[in-house]
Design a protein around this ligand. Structure first.
Ligand SMILES: Nc1ncnc2c1ncn2[C@@H]1O[C@H](COP(=O)(O)OP(=O)(O)OP(=O)(O)O)[C@@H](O)[C@H]1O
Length: 620
């Protein structure tokens, strides 16, 4: 075959024009693309050789070699993979077949700056070479063809390319980049090695380079003869599970997470079906410092066919699982997928759902070991609750994983445990939120529950009230805050008690009216209650209102919180309340009653000095 000149397909010409006329946010990506092509070519050879081992010729060990020549200003990426015939070189390097690049082209705006940015994110396969080179020569021989059927493809990246036959003994492909004037930085061992380390470390083939040594006579660096492997050549997740030891899993986790502690557990699966990917997910033992930062990116690295694409691929894990570490390696996504595309992709959605299911499954498994699970929960329990508001599909699974302190139990337990201890006739799961578990445990609102031996869950995490608002029921039983609305213990309160309470309330009405008048600026209502036993009064809010505690939290966080006016509930049987009737210091007593209820509930009197003055006046 003599030298032939071919024109690029129109789209390629358009793409090349862009590549050669733009500035790049990240020129390093060309090496990732070319190494990935080289690795794909080796995968293809391996596959074809399954039925025809002669294709390996006398070189069964596959690798990728990166070499540079400072004098010639060339950088060469060589593989001993499948190679290309002359026709394949014309077809594959002259047209665009892959969907990713077509998609990329369709997103071009014509505005040079934004298009250049797009290229940086995408990478455009083989043509990325023109980011750094003004001429590319590809020499190749397809496995199985004789040495005389080699091909040389040459292009300056404008409208056309040349193809000629060459003699090539070695099977596979060399891509020779003639570097642009301003791209001398890539003629540097260290620079190339660091790009490989960053983007191609987990390519499972060895990527080899020649080490440099100092030639004192000539006063310059000289390349050594032997080739050393510069990547770890070890995509752990791509290996069969049975070949990986626990130590190797742990070591990989430490590299991945920079965590010095071993993970609690891990899960490694190849997911098959309409979306195919490998997931290797780890549950860390300790929460990171910035766990609470919801802007913190997820701990998942995304690979496409073992080529590193991005860190912190937040689209692959919901925010409430942002602390899970791991790797997802997709077989379906295009290599040049961008963060923007990730958000839209159906495959990514399927992967996220698969990851979520897997993590919840791992947690379910972990929860069978109460001690281990308690240690996990102490670190991550609170952030897990965010999922109630975030992931409705998995709400029931998530609810089963939650643990709460309880007014009657020494150790935190699950909602299912609570249900198994519910009293005959009890219709709700009762809970209280407060600033601390101690404050919740000693809250006056709990008195009647304690008297009747009814368990109440105690909650003191910041997210509790918000999260619980998304969990109206568990396994058919409603959840009810004991600090909201009137307390109705239903069948747990006997008829005689109810009637006695109503009668007492009737006789007590004039006092209630006076209290309402005295405290009209501070309360929404004043009413008699049967929820108190030892305390004279307590504060509650209406169903649907923010609790006083949540309003305080929001205020502390500098957020706008609606003004919550509480309801003062008083215990008509308490000696202090009995003293109110006809008392000449009614007004002072009323305010003290209110401020004490506020204190008991974790708040502070609006005017502490006035409170102290009133108490002192009553004491003398
Ligand atoms: N080193 C190589 N050995 C053999 N064939 C190659 C090599 N590099 C490129 N090719 C051929 O050229 C084609 C185009 O390469 P390009 O990088 O533009 O896209 P791609 O590799 O198909 O897409 P993607 O990078 O998204 O997988 C490849 O599909 C392959 O057939």
């Amino acid at each position: 075959m003599s030298k032939q000149t071919h024109s690029f397909q129109a789209e390629v010409a358009q793409l090349l024009h862009l590549v050669t006329h733009s500035l790049y946010s990240n020129p390093d990506i060309f090496l990732r693309e070319l190494v990935s092509n080289a690795s794909d070519a080796c995968d293809k050879l391996r596959f074809e050789a399954l039925n025809n081992s002669a294709l390996y010729e006398d070189a069964p060990e596959l690798d990728v070699r990166i070499a540079f020549d400072k004098d010639a200003r060339t950088l060469t990426i060589t593989d001993n993979g499948i190679g290309m015939s002359a026709q394949e070189a014309i077809d594959h390097l002259g047209t665009i077949a892959k969907s990713g690049t077509r998609d990329f082209m369709s997103r071009l705006t014509g505005d040079q700056k934004s298009d250049a940015q797009l290229i940086g994110q995408f990478g455009v396969g083989f043509y990325s070479g023109f980011i750094v080179a003004d001429k590319i020569v590809v020499e190749s021989r397809r496995a199985g063809l004789p040495a005389s059927e080699g091909v040389r493809w040459t292009s300056g990246g404008s409208g056309d390319f040349e193809v000629e036959a060459i003699e090539r003994a070695a099977r596979g492909t060399s891509v020779i980049l003639h570097l642009r004037e301003d791209k001398t930085e890539y003629l540097n061992h260290w620079k190339l090695k660091s790009i490989v380390g960053k983007y191609s470390d987990h390519i499972s083939l060895p990527i080899r380079m020649q080490e440099e040594e100092w030639d004192a006579e000539k006063g310059e660096h000289r390349l050594k003869d032997e080739w050393t492997t510069v990547n770890s050549a070890n995509a752990l997740w791509a290996r069969p599970k049975k070949d990986i030891t626990d130590e190797q899993y742990v070591e990989f986790y430490k590299n991945l997470s920079y965590d010095s502690e071993a993970p609690l557990s891990w899960s490694h699966h190849r997911v098959e079906g309409s979306t195919e990917y490998t997931q290797l997910l780890y549950l860390p033992a300790k929460a990171p410092q910035d766990l609470w930062n919801r802007d913190r990116k997820a701990g998942i690295k995304l690979y496409v066919r073992r080529v590193f694409i991005m860190d912190e691929a937040e689209a692959l894990m919901p925010a409430y699982l942002r602390w899970v570490k791991g790797v997802v390696d997709s077989s379906d996504l295009p290599l040049n997928v961008s963060r923007e595309l990730l958000q839209e992709s159906r495959d990514v959605k399927a992967i996220r759902e698969g990851n979520t299911r897997r993590v919840l499954g791992m947690l379910d498994e972990l929860s069978k070991d109460a001690q281990k699970y308690a240690a996990f929960y102490a670190e991550f329990g609170a952030v897990l609750k965010e999922g109630l508001g975030e992931d409705f599909t998995n709400r029931d699974k998530l609810a089963k994983l939650l643990r709460f302190a309880s007014s009657t139990q020494a150790e935190p337990g699950s909602l299912a445990d609570y249900k198994s201890r519910m009293k005959e006739g009890q219709k709700a799961i009762y809970y209280i939120t407060a600033d601390s578990i101690a404050a919740a445990r000693n809250s006056p609102q709990l008195e009647v529950f304690r008297q009747k031996g009814i368990e109440v869950l105690l909650m003191a995490d910041r997210v509790d009230e918000w999260a619980l608002s998304f969990l109206p029921e568990f396994d058919g039983t409603p959840l009810q805050s004991v600090a909201k609305g009137a307390v109705d213990l239903g069948d747990l309160q006997d008829e005689a008690e109810k009637q006695a309470a109503e009668a007492a309330a009737e006789g007590f009405k004039p006092v209630l009216e006076k209290l309402k008048e005295a405290l009209k600026d501070r309360v929404k209502d004043v009413r008699a209650t049967s929820r108190l036993v030892d305390s004279p009064a307590c504060l509650v809010v209406e169903d649907g209102d923010y609790s006083m505690q949540l309003a305080r939290l929001l205020k502390q966080a500098g957020q706008k919180a609606p003004e919550v006016k509480p309801i003062l509930e008083v215990n008509a049987g308490h000696p202090l309340v009995k003293k109110l009737e006809g008392n000449e210091r009614f007004d002072d007593l009323a305010h003290v009653l209110f401020d004490q209820a506020l204190l008991a509930e974790g708040g502070l009197p609006e005017d502490p000095a006035a409170y102290v003055r009133r108490v002192n006046a009553l004491l003398v």
